[in-house]
Write a protein that binds this ligand. Structure first.
Ligand code: BGC
Length: 464
C-alpha cells in the first residue's frame, strides 16, 4: 500500500525502512469499512448514554433548551477556562447576529494549576471589572456571568454540576466530585464581588450557541483543539434518562463528551503500540481514548513514540536521539503540521525541526522523509477518526439533514492543521447521501465558547 501511495514513498530508504513504513501505513490508514464499524459502535454508545447515566458516552444534559433568536441586544459577561489560559469577556450583541467582544487573557500560573485555581479565577474577574470600572456597588444588581468550563461535568442544573474528572493535562487536587460553580462562587464571595455565576457551560455547548446566534440553522458545536468533544440539539423524547420537566421547546443541548469513546474496552479504535504507550504514561490512563487519537495535545507525542520505535531499530537517525527527543511531549503537534506541508526538495523545515528544535544533528534526507511520512499518517488518522463522531451525531438526527444545517467548529486542529478540515469533511461525505452532505455547512466558530457562555447567561437572565 505504501509503495503505491506517493505520500508514503521514501526515496532512498533501505528495505527495512520500507518495511517499517508499510507497517505504519497499515496501522494508521483506516479504510472506510473500518470506520463504518466504529461509527456503528459510536451510535450504539450514544443510545446507551441517552438511556442511562454512567456510560462511556455521557450524553450530559446541558439544561440549555432554547435557541438565541439573533435579535437580542445588550452586554453580557463570561469566563472561559482552558488548559493554559483564562479569558474574561464582555460580549455585546448588536441585535442583527453581530457580536463585539472585549476580553482579557490571563495565563494560568503554576500555583493556580496545582492549588488555587478558583481563587485565581475570581482574582482575574476582579481585575477585569476594576480595570474597566464595571464592578457593581452595593446598590447595583449583581453581574450575571456565564462560565465556560472545558472539562466533563455532570450538570445538575443550568448553574451547578460536579466535575467528573480532569482531562487535557490539568489536574488540580480537591475538585473532582465537587460542584465547580460552588467552588467559583465561594471564591468570588471571598473577594466581596457581586458576581453571580448564572450558567455553567461546556465549551462545545458555548460554541454551538455562539454559532446559533449568527445562524439559526446551527445544530452542532464541535471542538477539535487541545481536546475534542461535541454538543448538539437533541429531541428530549430521545433522552430517556431525563427526569426533569419537559422543556417547551422540546429539545435540549447535550454535551456528548465524545473524547471518552471506547475508553472502557479499547475494542474499536485502532490502537497501536504507540497509542498504548502514550496512554500508559498519560495523566489519565484508560480515559479519553478517542481524544488521545485526535486532539492536538496528543498527536506530537504519538509521533514521538513512533520515531523512537524507528530509531531503536536504527531506521531513523541511525539510532541517534537527544535529551529533547527522549523527553515526553517534546514534539509539539504544530511540528507535525509544519512537516506535513514541507514541499521543499531538501525538506528544509523538517531539517530545522530535527536538527535545531529536537537537537539531533546531521539528519539525512531519508530521515526527513520518514519524519514527514509519520506526521502525515498521524494527522490523517486524526482527521479520519474525527469524522466518526461527526457522522454518528449527524445520523442520530438524520431528519435534520433534509434541510441546510450549520455545524460550528473551533479549535487549533480544525483551524490550523493543514488538510484536517478537508479530510474530515471528505470522510463525512462517504457516509451520507450526496443530498444530505450538500446540506451541511462546516463553519469556524472562532472563540465561540466564551461568547456562547455569555449568550446562555443572557438567555437565563431573560427568563428570570
Ligand atoms: C473535555 C471536554 C471538552 C473538550 C474540548 C475534553 O478534554 O473533556 O469537556 O469539551 O476537551 O475542549
Amino acid at each position: 500500500m505504501a509503495s503505491s501511495d506517493p505520500r508514503f514513498a521514501v526515496k532512498g530508504a533501505s528495505p527495512a525502512q520500507h518495511q517499517a513504513i508499510e507497517t505504519l501505513v497499515s496501522q494508521f490508514l483506516l479504510t472506510d469499512e473500518r470506520l463504518a464499524v466504529i461509527i456503528k459502535e459510536f451510535r450504539r454508545r450514544m443510545e446507551e448514554g441517552l438511556a442511562a447515566d454512567g456510560k462511556v458516552l455521557k450524553m450530559i444534559p446541558s439544561y440549555v433548551t432554547q435557541r438565541p433568536r439573533g435579535d437580542e441586544t445588550g452586554s453580557y459577561f463570561a469566563l472561559d477556562l482552558g488548559g493554559t489560559n483564562l479569558r474574561v469577556l464582555k460580549v455585546t450583541l448588536d441585535g442583527h447576529g453581530g457580536i463585539k467582544t472585549e476580553h482579557q487573557k490571563f495565563a494560568l500560573t503554576e500555583e493556580a494549576k496545582s492549588r488555587t485555581l478558583f481563587d485565581f479565577i475570581a482574582q482575574c474577574v476582579e481585575n477585569f471589572l476594576d480595570d474597566r470600572n464595571l464592578r457593581p456597588t452595593g446598590q447595583q444588581p449583581p453581574i450575571n456571568i456565564g462560565f465556560t468550563f472545558s472539562y466533563p461535568v455532570q450538570q445538575t442544573s443550568i448553574n451547578s454540576g460536579t466535575l467528573v474528572q480532569w482531562t487535557k493535562g490539568l489536574n488540580v487536587p480537591g475538585c473532582v466530585g465537587r460542584d465547580v460553580v460552588r467552588l467559583l462562587q465561594d471564591a468570588l464571595l471571598r473577594l466581596g464581588l457581586r458576581v453571580k455565576v448564572a450558567a455553567l457551560v461546556n465549551d462545545t455547548v458555548g460554541t454551538l450557541l455562539s454559532a446559533a446566534y449568527k445562524d439559526p440553522s446551527s445544530q452542532m458545536g464541535i471542538i477539535f483543539g487541545t481536546g475534542t468533544n461535541a454538543a448538539y440539539y437533541e429531541n428530549v423524547n430521545n433522552l430517556i434518562k431525563w427526569k426533569g420537566p419537559n422543556p417547551s421547546s422540546g429539545e435540549m443541548v447535550l454535551n456528548i463528551e465524545w473524547g471518552a469513546f471506547d475508553s472502557d474496552d479499547f475494542g474499536f479504535l485502532p490502537f497501536t503500540p504507540h497509542d498504548i504507550k502514550l496512554d500508559r504514561k498519560s495523566l489519565n490512563p484508560r480515559k479519553q481514548a478517542y481524544e488521545k487519537m485526535i486532539s492536538g495535545m496528543y498527536l506530537g507525542e504519538i509521533a514521538r513514540n513512533i520515531l523512537l520505535w524507528l530509531a531503536d531499530q536504527r531506521l531513523f537517525l541511525d539510532g541517534r536521539s537527544s535529551e529533547i527527543l527522549n523527553a515526553m511531549w517534546s514534539i509539539d503537534t504544530s511540528y507535525l503540521s509544519s512537516a506535513a506541508v514541507d514541499d521543499s526538495s531538501e525538506l528544509i523545515e523538517v531539517q530545522q525541526i530535527i536538527e535545531k528544535t529536537l537537537n539531533v544533528p546531521n539528519s539525512s534526507l531519508v530521515d526527513r522523509q520518514v519524519f514527514k511520512v509519520v506526521s502525515t499518517l498521524v494527522g490523517e488518522r486524526s482527521a479520519r477518526l474525527s469524522a466518526v463522531g461527526v457522522v454518528a451525531t449527524l445520523l442520530k438526527r438524520a431528519e435534520l439533514l433534509d434541510n441546510p444545517i450549520n455545524v460550528g467548529i473551533d479549535g487549533s486542529m480544525f483551524e490550523h492543521y493543514p488538510g484536517f478540515e478537508s479530510i474530515m469533511a471528505e470522510t463525512v461525505s462517504h457516509f451520507l447521501t450526496p443530498e444530505q452532505f450538500k446540506n451541511i455547512n462546516f463553519s469556524l466558530a472562532k472563540d465561540g465558547s466564551g461568547v456562547g457562555a455569555a449568550i446562555i447567561a443572557m438567555l437565563v437572565s431573560e427568563n428570570q
